[in-house]
Design a protein around this ligand. Structure first.
Ligand code: PLP
Length: 444
């Protein structure tokens, strides 16, 4: 029996696939089996495995300065260099960055930064945060409270109320539309619901609205056209900050540099980044705020003192060096444009599987996608539990590909950005075979 408590696993049925090494877009298990890593790990290994430049950046920095911190006014050059490069890339006005270790702790930082900010400007009652159903923002006490997935809530008794977390609709037309409702009507209805919620709660109590520009872990949901335009108009009307959690969607993943740009979002006030920030070679995250928020925090007249928050590993120099090298590679190799072209290729190939009897919806943008399997193709009737998703995921694994069952009966695809078109063809080939096997299983 293993000594490990496996995350997001039924502890009564722990995993037994032991991954030993990786090369490019492939990983190998301890029995020598090769798998195409069609999920880039957990949506993060953008530059694939065994990238020599990242390994050198890591070991060089370890030899030079293995640890230093950013507390009490101390800093280090590689942290400064990363902050400068990152803030010059994000689609925000005069962004400032706080470094952490994971997407979850970066979202916690933002919750505290919001409280700190509204206390600073004399509005302590403005602390509530609106998050969407079926969103994923992490698993710490606070970030799991933002998360809108029941599996991350059940049996944890999370303090939603104390944290002031409110919930609004997921922008998923396929699963959320009423009968005969058009996409435009759907957008009108759910954005009206958002406005109603704001009015009911009192706009003066609401600090921010958090979104993943394209929802990742809970289904790869791409909101319909016009959704963000309406959302941002409502938030502006009621003076509510807009917070983009781009932990998955940043750095070329959605056919653009950032998911905000893919979705036509105007300059968010807050942004969360992690994962592809370092191509997952080292754990690092970033909580970014706009220059306007920062300006208020440094006003001599504001009502708060020390920002008493930080992690031992905030701005860890080795993680900063690897992240900096990752960003340099993205820019040097024109990787966002390249990923946009390959993303179009991947999406068009996936769309060909729409005709498959098991497929209800194929959705995505750029290099992220989900294939939803349904019990009845005509009506879109869902399978009653996640069994089919897990069967299809296991079929892919048997056939030499790692994917992930999400949102019940969907398979997710988020390959390393370095994948080639012929490897995309291989991914589609395996998927088609796995769907055929799953269909036979579903008909039993
Ligand atoms: N936010 C989003 C959108 C994510 O997808 C994730 C992880 O998948 C997180 C936050 C949490 O990040 P981490 O697992 O690094 O804590």
């Amino acid at each position: 029996m293993s000594q490990i408590i496996y995350p997001t696993t039924n502890l009564k049925k722990p995993s037994n696939l032991v991954i030993e090494r990786g090369e490019g877009v492939y990983v190998y298990d301890n029995k020598g089996n090769k798998y195409l890593e069609a999920m880039a790990g957990l949506w993060c290994s953008s530059l694939g495995y065994n990238n020599k430049e990242l390994i050198d950046a890591c070991t060089d920095q370890m030899s030079k300065l293995s640890y230093s911190h950013m507390f009490g006014g101390k800093t280090h050059q590689v942290g400064i260099d990363l902050a400068e490069k990152l803030t010059s890339m994000v689609p925000m006005n005069n962004a400032k960055v706080f470094f952490g270790n994971s997407g979850s702790d970066a979202n916690d930082t933002h919750i505290k930064l919001l409280r700190y900010y509204f206390n600073a400007i004399g509005k302590p009652q403005k602390y509530k945060i609106i998050a969407r159903e079926r969103s994923y923002h992490g698993v710490t006490i606070a970030s799991a409270s933002l998360t809108g997935l029941p599996v991350n809530h059940s049996n944890f008794d999370l303090p939603f109320e104390a944290l002031g977390i409110l919930r609004t609709d997921a922008p998923h037309y396929y699963r959320g539309a009423l009968e005969n409702e058009s996409e435009i009507e759907f957008v009108d209805r759910i954005t009206n619901n958002l406005e109603k919620l704001i009015i009911e709660e009192g706009p003066e109590t609401i600090a921010a609205f958090i979104v993943e520009p394209i929802t990742g872990a809970s289904g790869v949901i791409v909101p319909p056209p016009g959704y963000y335009e309406k959302v941002q108009a409502i938030l502006e009307k009621y003076d509510i900050l807009f917070w983009c959690d781009e932990v998955i969607t940043a750095f070329g993943r959605t056919g653009n540099d950032f998911g905000s740009n893919t979705m036509g979002i105007k300059s968010p006030d807050l942004m969360t980044l992690a994962k592809q920030l370092s191509s997952a070679y080292m754990p690092i995250s970033a909580s970014l705020i706009s220059g306007d928020i920062y300006q208020a925090l440094i006003e001599p007249s504001n009502k708060v003192g020390v920002f008493g928050h930080g992690y031992t590993y905030s701005g860890h120099p080795v993680a900063c060096a690897v992240a900096l090298k990752t960003l340099e590679i993205y820019q040097r190799d024109n990787m966002f444009d390249d990923a946009a072209v390959k993303g179009d290729y991947m999406q068009s190939k996936l769309q060909k599987l729409n005709a498959h009897p098991l497929v209800g919806e194929i959705r995505g943008k750029g290099m992220i996608a989900a294939v939803e399997m349904v019990a009845n193709k005509k009506t879109g009737q869902a399978f009653p539990n996640g069994d089919i998703g897990h069967y299809a995921m296991a079929a892919c694994q048997r056939l030499g590909m790692i994917t992930r069952a999400i949102a019940g009966s969907s398979l997710a695809f988020c390959p390393p950005l370095i994948i080639t078109t012929s490897q995309i063809d291989e991914m589609i080939f395996v998927l088609e075979k796995a769907l055929d096997e799953t269909l036979i299983y579903a008909m039993k």
